[in-house]
Design a protein around this ligand. Structure first.
Ligand code: SAM
Ligand code: SF4
Length: 329
């Protein structure tokens, strides 16, 4: 039966983000601490369990699913999982967020598996800085991954940049030029205080208004009412129809009133809001009721009703102990 998921504030929930792993081949300074402990494998949902959750949410009117992590492409079996989720009747689109490091090999298989759109993280165009921000990564691998994605036939590719003063804020104009030159969209993201990453985030915090001003010094920007079903507000760049610029401003201008999404962590916790610890233990439910969806669906409906009205990322304080890789960004 296809019903709708409504929360207690009248918001329709039609977007699910699934973290398929908390592991990653990079260690970005805004996302992880230097030394991380990852979940033991038996605590992570199996591919079959993830697929079941996707099917249950789609049966309740969810139209968009994003696979993320951690890095979704380090999870063995990810392409087959995409294939199975993409064909769920009623799903409008399957999309993915990736750091790009495995895309040279996986972009074409993912597109063939039915992933419609890709978000690829890119915070800098300087190899040394890339190494400093990701602690381990090689920029070239990501640039090759972006090239492979461009030739794979996705409906859209968007770059995601977390902007930090003192690390990459001076590269905003260069990243915009890169997006324009490659016909890609780009979103600039304000850093959120998720997890104790061992430094004050306040010092590097960079508001979207500042980013927009830097771009407007070089380009005429046209406000756009376009929506991608996510939290970004978009502008178009005059003379460059192939590129939209998005601003994701969880700190300076929260978008909670129109929030349409919930997240599932790699261990099967259903998070109702990125900024709260409220969660439903879906893994326990799935494993207690292997052949009976009814109790799982009822628990999902009840949990969604308790979705908080908004987050409170107003200060530098770490209010949520979970790191972003564990949240399903
Ligand atoms: N590994 C993939 C990647 O990096 O694209 C997917 C997972 S990552 C957690 C998803 C997105 O969250 C990335 O665009 C990343 O830049 C962003 N992100 C991570 N930590 C963040 C934070 N503390 N504040 C804002 N965005 C963050
Ligand atoms: Fe890995 Fe993505 Fe987090 Fe960077 S932002 S450490 S690539 S999960």
């Amino acid at each position: 039966m296809n019903t709708l998921l409504l929360d207690g504030h009248g918001r329709k929930i039609d977007y699910l983000r699934i973290s398929v792993t908390d592991r990653c081949d990079l260690r970005c300074v805004y996302c992880m601490a230097e030394h991380m402990h990852f979940l033991p494998r038996q605590q992570v949902l199996s591919l079959e369990e993830i697929e079941r959750v996707a099917r249950l949410f789609v049966s309740q009117g969810v139209r968009k699913i994003r696979l993320t992590g951690g890095e979704p492409l380090v999870r063995p079996g990810i392409v087959g999982l995409c294939e199975r989720i993409a064909t769920l009747p009623g799903l409008h689109e399957l999309v993915m967020t990736s750091n790009g490091s495995q895309l040279a090999k996986l972009a074409h298989p993912l597109a063939q598996a039915g992933v419609k759109r890709l978000n690829i993280s890119l915070d800098t165009l300087d190899p040394k800085r890339f190494r400093a921000i990701t602690r381990t990564g090689e920029l070239d691998r990501v640039l090759h991954g972006i090239e492979a994605a461009r030739s794979a036939g996705f409906a859209a590719i968007k770059l995601n940049t977390v902007v930090m003063h003192g690390r990459n804020s001076d590269e905003v104009p260069a990243l915009v030029e890169f997006a324009i030159a490659h016909g890609l969209d780009i979103s600039f993201i304000e850093e959120m205080p998720l997890g104790d990453v061992g430094r004050s985030r306040h010092e590097s915090y960079c508001a979207s208004t500042w980013v927009r001003e830097r771009i407007a010094e070089r380009h005429a920007l046209i406000d756009s009412a376009e929506q991608s079903g996510g939290p970004a507000r978009y502008v178009r760049v005059s003379g460059h129809p192939g590129t939209r610029i998005g601003f994701i401003s969880p700190i300076s201008q929260h978008f909670c009133d129109t929030c349409n999404r919930v997240r599932m962590t790699a261990e099967g916790r259903l998070l109702l809001c990125l900024g709260h610890e409220h969660a439903l233990d879906l893994r326990g439910l799935l494993r207690r009721h292997p052949g009976d969806d009814a109790p799982v669906l009822e628990a999902i409906r009840q949990a969604v009703l308790r979705k908080p009205a908004r987050h409170r990322f107003d200060s530098d304080e770490v209010q949520v102990l979970r790191f972003m890789n564990a949240s399903g960004g």
